[in-house]
Design a protein around this ligand. Structure first.
Ligand code: HEC
Length: 147
């Protein structure tokens, strides 16, 4: 099942859009509501407990200015992890496992050290799709401000 999902995800990644099996489409509006859970630790435009997430889609992992990342998150970015919609979708299910697998797959198991500071997991597939759609919305509300 997991393997099948990963296969579908990589096909979706090739196509450049997130479309997972027969599940319903991404809904950015619903994702805005899901994002409220993230707001315990994240804002679009500033670092809090977690790094600023405005413009995170397309961003290299571990690069929000002024945020001190765990070595695991930082090393993943250095090893080439970019936050595509597909990667955020997979990551949210189990951030720690995702980052460790990423580094191991890159042949950098020695850098897959410690644990991520992102302790939150989101198992619900539809909610993950929706929140990713929300993060990808080019709306002012999720972009970093200049202020
Ligand atoms: C309990 C606090 C908390 C919650 C809730 C939380 N996060 Fe995080 N998140 C963090 C922390 C802390 C980090 C930095 C991780 C590290 O350095 O290891 C992080 C990192 C991230 C990253 C990687 C950012 C980067 O620049 O590499 C993404 C993407 C992310 N979170 C998305 C989300 C989303 C989407 C949600 C809601 C569905 C969410 N987070 C909920 C604390 C949280």
């Amino acid at each position: 099942m997991v393997k099948k999902l990963l296969t579908i995800l990589s096909i979706a990644a090739t196509a450049g859009s997130l479309s997972i099996g027969t599940a319903s489409a991404q809904d950015a509006k619903a994702g805005e509501a899901v994002f409220k859970q993230c707001m315990t630790c994240h804002r679009a435009d500033k670092n809090m407990v977690g790094p600023a997430l405005g413009g995170v889609v397309g961003r290299k992992a571990g690069t929000a200015a002024g945020f001190t990342y765990s070595p695991l998150n930082h090393n993943s970015g250095e090893a080439g992890l970019v936050w595509t919609q597909e990667n955020i979708f997979a990551y949210l299910n189990d951030p720690n496992a995702f980052l460790k697998k990423f580094l191991t797959d890159k042949g950098k198991a020695d850098q897959a050290v410690g644990v991520t500071k992102m302790t939150f997991k989101l198992a619900n597939e539809q909610q993950r799709k929706d929140v990713v759609a929300y993060l990808a919305t080019p709306s002012k509300s999720i972009r970093p401000t200049d202020a």
